[in-house]
Design a protein. Structure first.
Length: 304
């Protein structure tokens, strides 16, 4: 029998790094929270948290910033998965922020609640006293996210200054926060979209059905295919039609587009992602098309 050690794959190395990050933040920070959207990246975070802390409970609750305009498939999956894990779920509602006058809802065909999430998130962090928010952002998603450290610090107003971040030499993370500040932690920062899907395949993770090809009523706007819903007002010339689509990312229905696809299995999606040269947010998120600095502008004031 061979006694040679098994060679680590790149997924093994990424997984080990992410588990190390989870354990470091749990050891160094008093009150973290795991942000969860029901999307593929946060589903991967749940599996990594299981590997980091099971058979014990997670040393943090799970929190969803609910716009009220989410894909119903994602909400159903969220509730079922958290219940299976037996973990605590906090739902911070954008609708409640609107009702309290904390934010003003937009109107018209291009109205979106996506940007309103920032206030809801910051309010929830302050209300619960969280000193860290764990997110599934990756550096390949968008140029502003490529500027993030793995431990990315926010000031006492929840704002991000990319020039005032701490060095992370030799995977050593300085998690010290002052009163009122908090840190965003990104355990899969060094992963790509393809890595995420390959990990989903390896771990046989369940995902919401919208990630796979299905027939849906959609309409075309600005080169994107939006799902028809009560949350999105159409212009008179935007006629709905049926098409086989899937969604590369899960977000507010008012700003998330689908792609034409026949990929109905994980392996078929992996092959499709391996062949594409357009980032998921660049192809399917309207909020990132407002300007070249759209994501960075949102992040500076507290966005994910």
């Amino acid at each position: 029998m061979s006694t040679l050690p098994r060679t680590l794959t790149h997924l093994d190395e990424l997984e080990a790094e992410a588990i190390h990050i989870f354990r470091e933040l749990a050891a160094e920070l008093a009150k973290p929270v795991l942000l969860f959207s029901g999307g593929k990246d946060s589903i991967v975070l749940l599996r990594l948290a299981e590997k980091a802390f099971r058979p014990g409970k997670f040393p943090f609750p799970i929190m969803h910033i609910d716009t009220g305009h989410n894909f119903p498939e994602a909400i159903e999956f969220r509730d079922r998965r958290v219940a299976e894990l037996g973990e605590r779920l906090i739902v911070a509602s954008v609708q409640e922020s609107i009702d309290k006058g904390r934010v003003v809802e937009q109107t018209g065909p291009r109205a979106s609640r996506n940007q309103l999430q920032t206030t809801t998130l910051l309010d929830a962090i302050e209300e619960h006293g969280f000193d860290a928010a764990i997110g599934g952002a990756r550096r390949d998603e968008e140029r502003a996210r490529a500027k993030e450290r793995i431990f990315s610090f926010r000031d006492d107003f929840g704002q991000w200054n990319p020039r005032a971040q701490r060095p992370e030499l030799w995977d050593i993370y300085n998690a010290r926060v002052r009163k009122g500040e908090h840190v965003r932690v990104f355990p899969i920062s060094n992963w790509t979209e393809l890595d995420v899907w390959q990990y989903v395949a390896r771990e046989q993770l369940e995902l919401p059905s919208i990630y796979f090809s299905h027939e849906r009523e959609v309409f075309r706007r600005d080169g994107m295919l939006y799902a028809c819903s009560d949350f999105v007002e159409r212009y008179p010339d935007e006629e709905p039609f049926r098409a086989n689509v899937r969604f590369r990312t899960v977000g507010d229905m008012s700003c998330t587009g689908g792609v034409i696809s026949d990929a109905k299995t994980i392996d078929e999606v992996v092959a499709e992602i391996a062949a594409t040269r357009i980032t998921e947010r660049g192809e399917t998120r309207a909020d990132d098309r407002v300007s070249e600095a759209a994501m960075e502008d949102r992040k500076r004031v507290g966005y994910f």
